[in-house]
Design a binder for this molecule. Structure first.
Ligand SMILES: [Fe+2]
Length: 304
């Protein structure tokens, strides 16, 4: 993928784009490129974003059970990430550790940081072709187990009440049962979930299975040993909030995680969104991430 190849259209209030035409345009590009940037589209209020989503026929997808810290602003509309600005958000596909995931993502930039904060993008098909056959075969054979440990009271990481957007244990259990998530309440009041997932998906747009995973993002090796110690101190279970293993529970060698990250780095592009940019992604075709930044940055996301 080349930044220059990202299809884009300019919008302006004086020259309103016929919404039916825009809807067709978005639909076409989600099937072909999997990405579309719309510039100068002022959607400054929650009401305006909600109306825009309705006009383009967006089907809302809730972030219940999602692991990223986000603030809910309206149904299926959130801050893109409340993760500290100094942190790097590695390339990933949204909710790939769930049994169901959003097909599309809509990012709206209200304000971008003066320094940093670029959006990382990579093609999943390109990544899959580039990953070594040996590693592909290994993940196809062994699959992935994601574990998520969430305290019942504010501590390090999000509480299970924040993640599942409810105080009801019954609602959490029902959600887990409906979404093929195994769960366990610990004696300390934490919730641990276990997601048995494949690393690849056969999507209709591809002739071969496509890498669709967040295995590297959840792996212990992405957190420095010193920081791991600090995090575990806050955890009654002495566990990291997110961990990934092979599905039989065995450890995934760090060398494999490095290979995944290096392969993504080799093909990733970065773009800087401007205020009033809308970026729409096909979540099954394009992985996304974020570089660290300084200053203020307001980016919203809607899942559809
Ligand atoms: Fe994301």
């Amino acid at each position: 993928m080349n930044p220059m190849d990202i299809p884009e259209i300019q919008f302006s209030n004086e020259n309103a784009f016929p919404i039916d035409q825009l809807k067709k345009y978005i639909s076409l590009h989600m099937k072909t490129h999997g990405i579309l940037r719309i510039r100068k589209l002022k959607l400054e209020t929650i009401k305006a974003i909600t109306a825009f989503k309705k006009n383009i026929g967006w089907h809302d997808f809730s972030y219940i059970g999602g692991n990223s810290p986000r603030t809910k602003l309206a149904p299926a509309l959130y801050t893109a990430s409340d993760f500290p600005p100094s942190g790097n958000i590695s390339l990933h596909n949204e909710l790939s550790y769930m049994s169901h995931w959003p097909s599309f993502l809509l990012f709206y930039c209200k304000k971008n940081a003066d320094t940093g904060g670029e959006t990382l993008l990579a093609s999943n098909a390109e990544f899959t072709k580039k990953l070594s056959s040996k590693t592909k075969k290994l993940f196809q054979k062994k699959n992935i187990l994601y574990t998520h440990t969430m305290p019942g009271k504010a501590s390090f990481g999000q509480t299970w009440q924040q993640v599942f957007q409810t105080d009801s244990k019954v609602a959490v259990e029902n959600f887990c049962l409906e979404n093929q998530i195994k769960f366990q309440w610990t004696k300390f009041g934490s919730l641990r979930t276990f997601h048995h997932r494949t690393a690849f998906q056969q999507f209709s747009y591809s002739k071969f299975p496509i890498w669709f995973s967040q295995v590297d993002q959840w792996h212990d090796s992405t957190i420095a040993p010193g920081m791991q110690k600090i995090i575990k101190k806050f955890s009654p279970e002495k566990a990291l909030p997110h961990q990934s293993f092979f599905q039989d529970g065995s450890l995934i060698p760090t060398s494999l995680i490095e290979e995944i990250q290096d392969t993504f780095s080799a093909i990733a592009i970065k773009i800087k969104l401007d205020a009033h940019d809308v970026l729409i992604l096909n979540n099954e075709m394009i992985a996304h991430g974020r570089l660290p930044y300084q200053g203020e940055r307001e980016l919203l996301v809607s899942l559809g």
